[in-house]
Ligand binder design. Structure first.
Ligand SMILES: NC(=O)c1ccc[n+]([C@@H]2O[C@H](COP(=O)([O-])OP(=O)(O)OC[C@H]3O[C@@H](n4cnc5c(N)ncnc54)[C@H](O)[C@@H]3O)[C@@H](O)[C@H]2O)c1
Length: 439
């Protein structure tokens, strides 16, 4: 065949394009969304930021959410996902590669297990579990089926947290023995009192589908749309917010699980709307040599909404929304006020000691330059988009990312230990052999 140079180039370009299309088609990951609520819509945007993901199907217990999910995919991609009446249709559909689970917490385990049994990978929103004992079951299923499970505490995919981990693991802070983390809010929506869509009624809301295995109750739109306020579907602040804090702490500190947890929780303000506390304080002791203070109030947000402080013998790291600060300790020994109470002769002897001179007198009369540390601000991709990049990568390489079933189980189990301590008024211990709460 005689080809002109131009014809050759055109053919080559067409061939490359068709090869790329083929590779893209082969590599395309077809995803079904189970639960298309507020978070799922953010997740859908993050999923569609990756050309290789295709949202092929959507499923929700309220028709309005399905309608908006279909619109979102159409508006962004120009394609129409299949709408499913039940998540089991996604599980049974061989053309679906992965499920994104963003239902209320009491549904997570069943959907994750069914998806894996059908050979699908799963991205499950945090908390992975509704009860601690579900964790080992999910981990075992992931191992048995070789499926990828990634859990959705996306903060650990932010650059600030990755850099904070580097600082801590490289020893820049010396020995970290204490971590403080908080999550505070002061609005009705922050306290999960979300607006209820005006068209919600027994025709548009599938109440039985929402309830699943939970206690049978009469139709109730507040429970349906504000499920985090009720223990039957959620663990409240602990499983909604502390779980994010614990994921980050485990990631940065390279830690797995506290050995002991004690906590107190109280409902001071939003009494009519819930059966879970609006104020929660917890102490978690880790066998790795550090202790964590977690606290949350829904009654004031003047201190940081979500923040961490890692306190080390040589320095401190604080992590906030897209912000990271490091500062060294700049400490100085000073025993003057103690030895000035000694007999004069003994005090004079104290100051003559060369060790004391080196530590307490060397800087006397000299100005010091205090190292103010460093700070960073994060720009660019939203961590949720990066988190889905990790998921995509895991699907291809078959290697789970850091926030796998085990990491998800342990972060959620911390929250369950906190809740158990609040309920029983007792210290709760971890059984590492059982990989579950002791007792
Ligand atoms: N990673 C984060 O930052 C983040 C933020 C918010 C929420 N979340 C998590 O996302 C999940 C969803 O939270 P949300 O705020 O979107 O709640 P939501 O109430 O807005 O959405 C949940 C949706 O699930 C649907 N649903 C209930 N039962 C179902 C079933 N059996 N099958 C299919 N759909 C069902 C409901 O109709 C609802 O639309 C929770 O696990 C929550 O903890 C994570």
């Amino acid at each position: 065949m005689n080809l002109s140079r131009r014809g050759f180039l055109e053919m080559n370009a067409a061939l490359t394009a068709s090869m790329q299309a083929k590779v893209a088609a082969n590599d395309r990951v077809r995803v079904a969304f189970v639960g298309c609520g507020a978070r799922a819509h953010e997740l859908m945007a993050a999923v569609m930021a990756h050309p290789q993901f295709e949202i092929a199907a959507v499923c929700d217990a309220y028709t309005g959410r399905v309608e908006r999910a279909v619109d979102r995919v159409k508006d962004t991609r120009g394609t129409t996902p299949r709408t499913l009446r039940d998540y089991r249709e996604a599980v049974g559909d061989k053309s679906i590669d992965a499920l994104v689970v963003a239902t209320p917490d009491h549904w997570h385990k069943a959907i994750v297990l069914d998806a894996m049994a059908a050979g699908k990978d799963v991205y499950c929103e945090k908390p992975l579990t509704y009860a601690s004992k579900e964790g080992p079951e999910i981990i075992a299923a992931a191992q048995r089926t070789g499926r990828i499970v990634q859990v959705g505490s996306q903060g650990m995919s932010s650059m600030t947290q990755v850099r904070a981990k580097e600082l801590i693991q490289k020893g820049k802070l010396g020995k970290v023995t204490m971590v403080r983390a908080a999550y505070n809010r002061n609005t009705a929506s922050g306290a999960w009192i979300y607006p209820i869509p005006p068209d919600a009624n027994p025709q548009t809301v599938n109440w039985d589908m929402f309830l699943g295995g939970a206690t049978k109750r009469p139709f109730d739109l507040e429970r349906f749309f504000r499920w985090r306020c009720y223990r039957e579907y959620s663990g409240g602040i602990a499983t909604d917010l502390f779980v994010h804090l614990c994921t980050t702490i485990h990631f940065l500190m390279d830690a797995k699980m506290p050995s002991k947890v004690t906590a107190m929780g109280e409902l001071y303000r939003w009494k009519e709307s819930r059966d879970v506390p609006d104020t929660l304080n917890a102490i978690l002791e880790y066998p790795d040599g550090f202790t964590v203070n977690l606290s949350s109030t829904f009654n004031n947000e003047s201190s940081a909404q979500a923040s961490f402080t890692f306190l080390g013998t040589e320095g401190t790291v604080s992590v906030g929304w897209g912000e990271l600060k490091y500062w060294p300790e700049n400490v100085r020994e000073d025993n003057r006020w103690i030895v000035e109470s000694w007999p004069k002769k003994l005090e004079a002897g104290y100051w003559k000691d060369p060790k004391v001179q080196a530590s307490e007198l060397a800087a006397l009369g000299k100005a010091r330059l205090i190292d103010g540390g460093m700070s960073w601000r994060e720009e660019g991709q939203d961590p949720t988009i990066v988190h889905f990049w990790h998921f995509l990568n895991s699907i291809k390489t078959r290697k789970p990312y850091w926030e796998d079933a085990s990491a998800g189980h342990h972060a959620a189990a911390c929250a369950h230990m906190v809740n158990q301590s609040v309920r029983t008024g007792r210290l709760v211990e971890w059984d590492s052999a059982k990989d579950d709460i002791k007792g």
